[in-house]
Design a protein around this ligand. Structure first.
Ligand SMILES: Nc1ncnc2c1ncn2[C@@H]1O[C@H](COP(=O)(O)OP(=O)(O)OP(=O)(O)O)[C@@H](O)[C@H]1O
Ligand SMILES: [Mg+2]
Length: 274
């Protein structure tokens, strides 16, 4: 069975594609077979990240970890209904093509689209990176401005709720594990950081997600994209780029910590021995 991990958050620029890419490389390097699906058919950031990686590998003659890529075509049909039906089929075929993979990692756009909704319904794990601000928090929950208390779920959590309901009704075993991580944590804005953190912990129990350790705000993430590299490719003597600062080392630990806390299915004992 392929374990489906969906990177989702309707808020743009929260770190979905960056996290998707790091997760893909982490799992391939751990010897797992990973499929990648880019559902951001407009920006195609994950696709472009992987294209940059291929170019870099060819240019430097390096062997890098790659996933199996499965593309989903947008529908060009005029009728909304027909276009949706066609996209539903396209996503199903893209996932069917990844049947032999241990994991399928689906990167969603920062908007509510038909394909994104469908992907959430296929998810075993939903991973939601969240910028560390109340603007992003607003997509998860409403807060009463006077009392500062959480008054109820909001757009994106309602979408996850729908996905959970659909999955439960379809009879698929097991629920969806929803993991939220705070991204771009700043070392200086300590007060806001604590406020958002407290509110998230409060909300986690109420709408059914768990919080994993997030990522710090680091320039290296933006620098790696043009080369198609991740923090996990840096370091070592044979590495294409050296791990140069403590900040990079810490960032890599943050990625490893996230992968561990996702609690993903492990390979069978026979597979490990092979
Ligand atoms: N921890 C971080 N520190 C610094 N920059 C980051 C961090 N995470 C992501 N970024 C940068 O923020 C920008 C947005 O990240 P990314 O493209 O991963 O977000 P996204 O959620 O996929 O966006 P979209 O919703 O537009 O698809 C990118 O330039 C990325 O390099
Ligand atoms: Mg993206």
């Amino acid at each position: 069975m392929t374990h489906v991990i969906v990177l989702g958050n309707e808020k743009g620029g929260s770190g979905k594609s960056t996290t998707a890419m790091h997760l893909i490389v982490a799992l391939v390097k751990a010897g797992r077979k990973v499929g990648a699906v880019d559902l951001d058919l407009r920006q195609r950031s994950l696709t472009r990240y992987l294209e940059n990686r291929r170019k870099f590998a060819d240019l430097k003659g390096q062997t890098l970890a790659f996933p199996v890529v499965s593309a989903v075509e947008p529908s060009a049909l005029d009728s909304r209904e027909a276009a949706r039906a066609q996209e539903t089929e396209n996503l199903q075929s893209a996932l069917a093509a990844l049947e032999g993979c241990d994991f399928a990692i689906i990167d969603c756009p920062g908007a509510d689209t038909h394909l994104s909704r469908l992907a959430h319904m296929h998810a075993d794990t939903i991973l939601t990176p969240l910028n560390d601000s109340f603007v992003d928090f607003d997509l998860l929950a409403r807060i009463d401005p006077e009392t500062n208390r959480i008054t109820g779920p909001s757009l994106y959590s309602e979408m996850v709720w729908e996905a959970r309901k659909t999955r439960a009704m379809s009879g698929v075993a097991g629920g969806i594990d929803w993991v939220v991580i705070r991204n771009r944590l700043s070392a200086t804005r300590a007060r806001n950081k604590k406020n958002v953190g407290d509110k998230l912990e409060d909300l986690a129990a109420r709408i059914g997600f768990r919080l994993a350790r997030g990522f710090g705000d680091r320039v290296i993430y933006r620098e790696l994209f043009p080369m198609g590299l991740t923090l996990l490719d840096l370091g070592g003597r044979d590495a294409p780029v050296r791990l140069s600062t403590m900040s990079h080392v810490t960032a890599r630990l943050e990625i490893r910590s996230l992968v561990a806390s996702l609690d993903l299915p492990q390979p069978a004992i026979e597979e490990q021995a092979a």
